[in-house]
Design a protein around this ligand. Structure first.
Ligand code: FAD
Length: 520
């Protein structure tokens, strides 16, 4: 076995050397014969698929694709790139759901973390210690399926579950539970990381903590996460899912902020919300919920002070053995404290898994209409609480007009649930909002929905924030110059830079983020 391993290693090393030496003149067919034997592939369709992402705005082809079966496979390629005289970019790709080519590696190797060949790594649940160990490329939907067998589930989620663990942990991982549990990066006990030197390091809050904090929200800059130990809770079985409407923005945000301020008392388990500037479009992404049997129709509400409506979205989780009446009472008591439009309560009740997996249903619907595989000029911003009213005036009621081309999410989070030692940057206030403009461009559609138009609008929104001194931070950030990245990180930049020099000194990793120029 050792001899075979050694032979494979030599072969891998030879291939990598060949790539580096021959550079872009290398013809993939020269290597096909050897590539299939190993995890490295030069197959056209694999290369093509690794060159794309959900954003559909950039295509950058790698030289090769690695489908690792273990952290060791990842380590070998990174180590080779680190030690090679020429250097080689290596980018982990989770499920390729980035918007701006963040997991691409031009002329390098893309490490396809999800669905890795062999599937040797299965999630391992500790019922006693309430955690699950998962492969870094595992999709959250599969993490959920494996933990549910034990009646357990992760605590903090993203709205969509077909994202990889390593990919969301490299950003933060947020949804309506974040106000209570913090982002996903606040719910990880330990990770194995392959650093930019090819070393495999186990790290946690109290073990190699500098690397642990660096990779949490680290945009793939410091290492490739090959294993994560994720905190679990007893899984609820059912969810009461409620939506209420507002025409008054201050009443809406007041209620959202009130709900996330509740701590050791009855509270909702999930608090989100969305802005309705275009009543037609919400039907595609988030809305079969507003059924004809609901007490009032959205279109019948004339918003005071403009056509914009706000929808608060909240849930109460419960267990199979819970008394339904007591759930009703708890929900009623909480709703009584809120100032939504009377009669605008939309309620449904469904299994917990169906709630968590809700966006997948929207995906299937959009796919069937040919609206999924289109360019997505998304813009995600963290907006400080003190300026959210100005943002509403200038953006929702201003720049957007009455066309949005996708849902606009808005929900607040508590900063004290975020660990400041991690690499993520958030506004400097106790409470900040996520505003997510999740837009789809339709080139042949109405003028308002073209990629150019939506991208210009994103630029205008960012310019508006600068002009009005609204200190937003981009979530899933995208910048192209060093200065913009330095401004993004602000006072965290020196630490970010120092960590990069320590853990990926040759700037091999995640070059698609365009933060550091490769030093080769
Ligand atoms: P990729 O896009 O493949 O990678 C993202 C970055 O992380 C790249 O730089 C890559 O090199 C790096 N990376 C990937 N894997 C690893 C690894 N194992 N180790 C180190 N670095 C790695 N985000 C939220 O927080 N909340 C949401 O509710 C949410 N909903 C979404 C819904 C949809 C439909 C989509 C398309 C995206 C959504 N996102 C959400 C954004 C999502 O978190 C990001 O796209 C994230 O990058 C995860 O996607 P991915 O796993 O495909 O990673």
């Amino acid at each position: 076995v050792n001899q075979i391993m050694a032979a494979k290693l030599l072969l891998l090393s030879a291939i990598c050397r060949l790539i580096v030496t021959v550079g872009s003149t290398l013809h993939p067919t020269d290597l096909l014969l050897v590539g299939t034997e190993n995890q490295l592939s030069f197959n056209r369709s694999e290369i093509r698929s690794a060159s794309l992402d959900f954003g559909k705005m950039n295509t950058v082809e790698p030289m090769a694709v690695l489908r690792p079966a273990s952290a060791d496979d990842v380590s070998k390629v990174v180590k080779f790139a680190y030690e090679s005289a020429h250097g080689l970019a290596v980018s982990a790709r989770g499920h390729g759901h980035s918007i701006n080519g963040q997991s691409q590696a031009g002329n390098g190797v893309v490490v396809e973390m999800s669905g890795s060949r062999g599937g040797r790594w299965r999630p391992v649940v500790s019922e006693k210690l309430m955690y699950v160990d998962v492969w870094g490329g595992e999709l959250w939907i599969d993490v959920l399926k494996s933990t549910l067998k034990y009646g357990l589930a992760p605590k903090s989620w993203t709205d969509y579950l077909y994202l990889s663990v390593g990919g969301t942990l490299s950003n933060a991982g947020i949804s309506g539970q974040a106000f209570n549990h913090g982002p996903q990066i606040s719910n990880v006990y330990e990770v194995d990381v392959v650093t930019g030197k090819g070393e495999v390091v186990t790290c946690a809050e109290d073990k190699n903590s500098e690397l642990f904090h660096a990779v949490m929200g680290g945009l793939g800059q410091f290492g490739i996460i090959t294993r994560a130990r994720i905190a679990l809770e007893h899984s609820p079985q059912r969810v009461r899912w409620i939506r209420v409407l507002y025409s008054n923005f201050s009443a809406f945000t007041h209620d959202q902020e009130y709900l996330i301020s509740l701590h050791d008392q009855p509270k909702f388990d999930y608090v989100e919300g969305f802005v309705i500037v275009d009543k037609g479009l919400i039907n595609n992404w988030r809305s079969s919920f507003f059924s004809p049997s609901n007490p009032i129709k959205i279109s019948s509400i004339n918003a005071a002070g403009g056509n914009v409506l706000y929808c608060l979205e909240i849930t109460k989780n419960y267990y199979q053995h819970s008394d339904p009446e007591s759930i009703d009472q708890e929900v009623e008591a909480l709703l009584k404290k809120l100032n939504y439009i009377p009669g605008s309560v939309f309620t449904t009740d469904l299994p917990y898994v169906d709630f968590l997996d809700r966006v997948h249903k929207a995906e299937l619907k959009l796919r069937s209409k040919g609206l999924w595989d289109v360019p997505h000029p998304w813009l995600n911003l963290f907006v400080p609480k003190s300026r959210i009213v100005d943002f509403d005036q200038g953006v929702f009621k201003g720049i957007l007009g009455n066309k949005t081309s996708g849902p606009i999410l808005i929900y607040p989070m508590n900063k004290n649930k975020w660990d400041d030692e991690t690499s993520v940057v958030t506004p400097n206030e106790d409470v900040f909002y996520l505003v997510a403009l999740l837009r789809s461009a339709l080139e042949n559609g109405e003028e308002a929905l073209t990629l150019e138009r939506l991208s210009n609008e994103n630029r205008r929104i960012l310019d508006f924030c600068v002009e009005h001194n609204i200190e937003v931070k981009q979530y899933l950030p995208h910048y192209t110059t060093r200065q913009e990245w330095m401004d993004h990180y602000g006072e965290k930049w020196p630490q970010f830079y120092k960590r990069k020099m320590e853990f990926d000194p040759r700037h091999i990793l995640a070059t698609g983020q365009r933060i550091f120029e490769p030093s080769f």
